[in-house]
Design a protein. Structure first.
Ligand code: COA
Length: 260
């Protein structure tokens, strides 16, 4: 376990568990926390021992209750522009070359919901509440909420959340496709880690290329996405992991992927 700071890193075998650790502020994202998250992602990116990341919040109240609103007061428009046009945690998670699983342990609001949406898979505790309440502050989401939310849930459900600022339950979030699984709160950590550990046994090459291809599906027309898939398939096909996977299958033994 790392020193207690705004984000705790615990490595469990091939999985890094990152816990946003400002429970007294409902894990709201201030500048220091965003900066720490970027630093940890940079360290994990080049750490060949870590193959999957799980992101969660400390305590039982919140995953992340959004941007730290106290930093909004008195901030000039150009300073706000600078914060948002710098490299963001949302892009860093989205582009991260390894799978990132969000374990939503409570309020998942505003920037917290946007951070969860930038992750690849979302598992929610049945006690979690999700929403984009920016409209109540007279602002709009600035971490991709107006873009990723409609892609996940469709325009109508997205407008409903964005226009009303209302919070929805984990079950409702599952129904509209905002989360992928709901579990009892007491099982959340175990379930998220088990899912991550299972994925961490797969080929890191295949995982990275799958993420690249699926990201493309959200950005480019079908023909272009299919072309990219073919190219990425070729890359996977030429990897040592592919040779190992095929040999292991034919040899009736488990594969030991090296990520090469
Ligand atoms: N930014 C800064 N501080 C926040 C915060 C945020 N986004 N969310 C919560 N906090 C702080 C509160 O100010 C309070 O601090 P204090 O103890 O110094 O007064 C502390 O966290 C606990 O919050 P509280 O509201 O008392 O807890 P709660 O469990 O009753 O309610 C929430 C939790 C998340 C529903 C409520 O805090 C909330 O609505 N937060 C704002 C959510 C939001 O609008 N996010 C979008 C930001 S763009």
């Amino acid at each position: 376990m790392s020193e207690a700071t705004n984000i705790l890193r615990e490595d469990h075998g091939r999985v890094a568990l990152l816990t946003i650790n400002r429970p007294e502020k409902r894990n709201a994202l201030d500048g220091a926390t965003r900066c720490e998250l970027l630093g940890l992602l940079d360290a994990i990116r080049t750490d060949a021992g870590i193959r999957v990341v799980v992101l969660t919040g400390a305590g039982d109240k919140a995953f992340v209750a959004g941007a730290d609103i106290s930093e909004f007061e008195g901030r000039s428009p150009i300073d706000q522009f600078r914060v948002m046009s710098d490299r963001t945690i949302f892009d860093a998670v989205d582009r991260f070359p390894k799978p990132v699983i969000a374990a939503l342990n409570g309020f998942t609001l505003g920037g917290g919901c946007e951070l969860a949406m930038a992750c690849d898979i979302r598992i929610a505790a049945d006690t979690a509440r999700l929403g984009q309440p920016e409209v109540n502050l007279g602002i709009i989401p600035g971490g991709g909420g107006t873009q990723r939310l409609p892609r996940l849930v469709g325009a109508g459900a997205a407008y409903k959340l964005l226009f009303t600022g209302e919070l929805i339950t984990a079950t409702e979030a599952l129904r509209i496709g905002l989360v992928d699984e709901v579990v009892p709160a007491s099982d959340l950590r175990t379930r998220a880690m088990a899912l991550a550990e299972g994925i961490a046994q797969k080929s890191p090459v295949a995982l990275q290329l799958i993420k690249e291809a699926v990201r493309a599906s959200l950005r480019v027309p079908l023909d272009e996405g299919l072309r990219q898939e073919t190219t990425l398939f070729g890359l996977a096909f030429s990897s040592e992991d592919k040779a190992e996977g095929v040999a292991a299958f034919l040899g009736k033994r488990p594969a030991e992927f090296k990520g090469r």
